[in-house]
Each structure stands twice: as structure tokens, then as C-alpha cells.
Design a protein around this ligand. Sequence first.
Ligand code: ATP
Length: 361
Amino acid sequence: MTSVPPRLPPAIELRRVAKSFGTVQVCRDVDLAIETGEFVTLLGPSGCGKTTTLNMVAGLEDSTSGDILLAGRRVNELSPVERDVAMVFQNYALYPHMTVAENIGFTLRMRGMKRAEIATRVTAIAASLELSHVLERLPAQLSGGQQQRVAIGRALVREPRIFLFDEPFSNLDAALRVKMRAEVKQLHQRLGVTSLFVTHDQEEAMSISDRIAVMNRGRVEQFGTPEEIYARPATRYVASFIGNPQIELMPGTVEAADGRPAVRLGAQVLPLPGDGRFRPGQKVEIGIRPEHVRLGAGDLSASVRLVQPVGPLSHVVLDWDGGSLTATLPGFSRLQPGERVSAAISPDDMLVFDQETGLRL
Ligand code: ATP
């Protein structure tokens, strides 16, 4: 008889976690289960409760209600040190008077580890983060990216079970942010430490995560892989938060055209998938992603308002009598403002939301 290996409890689990500051509730009904080795991001706009959620996992903030479990053990009452998590902050919090080597080895010295062993560990971590040549420098003598890597090194050296990152790249310039994303992702692929990462940058979240929890006003609206979140957003909010340029959302009413469902937007009628999801009279909101607008064919008549080349792609903003629409085309577009174009959108590419609830139909 083959035996099924026992399922490990999630590395991090939040069960109906809520948090209020006085009368203001900033997290409500947060349920999350993060598997061992996963890289998960909490994504949402400023003030949605991401940092508060992270701080509750770290033990820096008490929850008002609900349970927090690490590897199946309830830790609500445990201190940050007892939880065996390492946190990397926005402002790095490096000790300015200590060298890079002393900064990385600091927590090991506090634990009373022998000097030789500390040196071995610090050397190995520094090599993996490409910091070997700056070990004797002070933080002020480092670039922003190097300081960030020292902060990560200081967390790594403790060999924690869990890594928590609170917007760790927000003080870096745009180019360095993109580079650090790749570095953190490769580090995670190599070491496989369970990681919970906070950001308000959807592109950062998409590029780095195994799964993303999209938060809105203290709640998790959707928890899924980057592809699920992008291609099958659960709500209008998730659809509009993810994607650059933003998805175009247009209110409309379902009607039957030749016995098939369609949606009227202004004077135009666009066919919807005929899979029984829609009924005539239903108030909906249609979401169209820029890469799904095909130009040069189709019944939608529009005029070009703006062409924005970004190198590999051009974003073309169109006006039509149903509103505006952005189309993403490969390369440098030759279209001119004012030019008339025809456009087509496949029914299967349209995301359709209930106008009232915002849920995807
Ligand atoms: P940001 O990206 O701006 O940090 P966030 O999504 O991480 O936003 P939180 O920092 O978790 O949001 O804050 C959520 C809400 O809780 C905010 O409205 C904030 O003002 C409030 N808040 C956070 N900490 C406290 C506190 N100690 N006392 C009172 N209110 C707080």
C-alpha cells in the first residue's frame, strides 16, 4: 500500500484576524494560509492594512481577535524573538557606526555565538549577496542597493523560518528597485525560506510572488497566483488595481442580439460569451485590458487620441462613443492623433462584473 505523506501545516496561517486601533478597524476577517517555502505578497493601496497584517505576524502588533499560527502552532502570545521570524524594513535600520560585517553579525554576537563561527557565517552570507568587497565599510559608504542587501544579510544570517519584508525597496531609485526584485527572487529560489512581502506596487508584486493577497480596506479581496489575479480577477477592484495601463471599465446593460447575449455601450453593441452567465437586463461593468484590443479589424469605430511609445510597446488611447479605450500594440506605432481606426475585442477576453456587487460574473 502506498502511503500519502502527511500534509504539513501552513508555515503562516491567519484565521479570521481582525485589528482595531481605538474605534477604527483596519483589518477584518483576514484569512490566509501560506505554505512552507512560498513567496507571498500583501498588495494594496496605502492604508489598506498591509503593514498592520505583517506586524501581527511578526509579533510587533497584537491582533484584536483571531488566531495567528506559525507551522501549526498558535503564536498570538509569543514575542517577536520567540516567533523566529526575521524582518527587513523600508529604512534598513542599519547601525551607522558598525561595519557591514559587524552589522550582519550583530544578532549572532547578541546570541553569544563564537567569533570564528560568526565570521564563517558572515563570510558566506556576504558572498551570496555580493558584499564580500565591502565588509569593512560603514553603511554611509555604501549605495542604497548595497545597504538594502546588508539589511537582508542581517536577517538571513539568523537562518529564520520566515522572512518578512515591509516595502524594502521603497527608498531605492526605479532602476535599482527592478534589480533588487530580481535579486530577492533569486535568493528565494536558492534558499526557499517562506517569505511574506508588503508592497503597494502591483508590478513588483506580480514579478516576485508565488501568490498575491490583494487587500482592500482591511480585507483580502483575492488570494491567488499572479496569473489568476491578472487573468481572472475576482472583483472589479482587483481588476482595476492590477495591470498597467489600467483596465478600462465601462458600465453597460446586457441585451439579447440574435438570441445571443451582448452588451450595449453607447451606440455600440459588443457580443458576450454565450455560456449562460448573462441574462438580458443585467447591469454590468465590462473590463477590457489594453492587450485585448485588436486594431485594424472589427465593428468598433474609434479615433486615436494619444500615442505613447514605451520602447517594446506603444499604448494607444482611443476615443469612441462608448468612452475611451487603450490598446497596447507591439513596437513603435505609426498611428497619428485624429486618425480613424476600427477595433475588435473577442467576447472571451472581456471581463464582466456585476455593477452592484463588483463581483466577476
Ligand atoms: P502604507 O502602505 O501607507 O504603510 P498599509 O496598507 O501598510 O499602508 P497600515 O500601515 O497597515 O496600512 O495602516 C492601516 C490603517 O491603520 C491606516 O489607516 C493607518 O492610519 C492606521 N494605523 C496604523 N497604525 C496605527 C496606530 N498605531 N494607531 C492608529 N492607527 C493606526
